[in-house]
Design a protein around this ligand. Structure first.
Ligand code: PMP
Length: 388
């Protein structure tokens, strides 16, 4: 079969591929510990499930407006206004099936062939993939361990050219767990206004932060009209399979994203959106408890990794990933990820799955039980001691 040329430029997410390999080993009877997957290991809270069922009974089973149910957009606008400290109106909100389409649709709507898009590297692989897909130039912004996996402002300035149309930010960040400080956002806002580019601010992990306060670029002077804020329910409410995400964007861009929606998936599931309202309006105890558990696991995994010779690991401020440095070990990070899966039965991702600046690191998700994390640490330690 002959495919369109553009398909050769589309990347993928290797977490799904490693997950499939780990499942294959499980089918052969091996016990694998999954630290490759980027989703909370908690069940969606019952009040949210009940709201979905009630909505089904109430007849929310047909198409929803392409932009999302108005009542959901109102609740999102209120939530973002409260948490980001800037007034947002419901017609500046667009709802999509998961947050991923926001990346795809924003880039499709704004970026031409030949434009340049700056994106974090190591970073969520979908950014680079979609930039390449539309024929634009993907310009990596290196995130550096020396500055807790933030970027250096000089690196950002060096990445900007007169073709820069968009900068992608992700804070708290996948895969490093790093987060941007107020001074970083200030520098970005000044540069965005000076050089006239848009910012896609991926804030999907905004509620999973252990130290400090999440701040959004959207609240900085003159940034509202050039920011696309991405957020959603997948991580915060353990709803990855429900597919519920949204963007806050200038009204004209919302209209274009709605047209892309009409041309692709038509709308987001209606009763899922009703459940999404309950998630935002109902008790937030689940989020507090989940984040407290993640924090405890983070401390255990960071401490455990740092006791293994040849591995050093920063303590990340947010998300549910650690990104240990494995440069002292005799294998490349790709070889090491393969070795840990085969030898130790622990599925992790190579840092290079997140771009070239991820070389020399692994990504481990600690969205798994403390018991499994402890066992994984023992297995990793034993496998690595055999490398000498
Ligand atoms: N952005 C980042 C940084 C992510 O890690 C993910 C999920 N892995 C998404 C966006 C997409 O989330 P969703 O499941 O809502 O599409």
């Amino acid at each position: 079969m002959k495919f369109a040329k553009r398909m050769s430029r589309l990347g993928t997410e290797s977490a799904f591929e490693v997950f499939a390999r780990a499942k294959n080993l499980e089918a052969q009877g091996r016990k694998i510990i999954h630290l490759e997957i980027g989703q909370p290991d908690f069940k969606t809270p019952m009040n949210i499930c009940a709201a979905a069922f009630q909505a089904m009974k109430d007849g929310y089973t047909g198409y929803s407006p392409a932009a999302g149910l108005w009542e959901f957009r109102e609740v999102i606008a209120e939530h973002i206004s409260q948490t980001r400290g800037i007034e947002i109106y419901p017609d500046e909100v667009v709802v999509t099936p998961g947050a991923k389409p926001i990346v795809f649709f924003t880039i499709l709507a704004l970026i031409e062939k030949g434009d340049e898009v700056i994106y974090p590297n190591p970073g969520f692989p979908i950014y680079e993939s979609v930039i390449n897909f539309v024929g634009a130039k993907a310009v990596p912004l290196p995130l550096r361990e020396e500055v807790d996996f933030r970027f250096r402002v000089e690196d950002l300035i060096a990445a900007i050219s007169d073709r820069t149309r968009l900068l992608i930010l992700n804070s708290p960040q996948n895969p490093t767990g790093g987060f941007l400080k107020k001074e970083d956002l200030e520098a970005i806002a000044n540069l965005a206004n000076k050089y006239d580019f848009y910012v896609l601010s991926d804030e999907i992990y905004s509620r999973i932060l252990y130290e400090g306060q999440h701040e959004s670029i959207i609240g900085f002077p003159d940034m509202k009209e050039r920011t696309i804020l991405l957020d959603g329910h997948s991580k915060t409410y353990a709803m990855t399979g429900w597919r519920l995400g949204y963007a806050i964007a200038p009204k004209r861009l919302v209209e274009e994203i709605v047209r892309l929606t009409i041309n692709s998936n038509s709308c987001t599931c209606s009763f899922t959106q009703m459940a999404g309202i309950e998630a935002l309006k109902g008790s937030q105890d689940f989020v507090t408890q989940m984040v407290a558990q993640f924090k405890q696991r983070r401390d255990v995994i960071v401490e455990g990794l740092n006791t293994i010779e040849g591995i050093s690991c920063l303590k990340p401020a947010g998300a549910f990933y650690v990104f240990p440095n494995v440069k002292q070990l005799p294998l490349s990070c790709g070889e090491l990820a393969d070795y840990l899966l085969e030898e130790a039965g622990v599925a992790v991702l190579s840092g290079t799955a997140f771009g070239k600046f991820g070389d020399g690191y692994l990504r481990l998700s600690y969205a798994n039980s403390l018991e499994n994390i402890q066992e994984a640490l023992e297995r990793i330690q034993a496998a690595i001691s055999k490398l000498k």
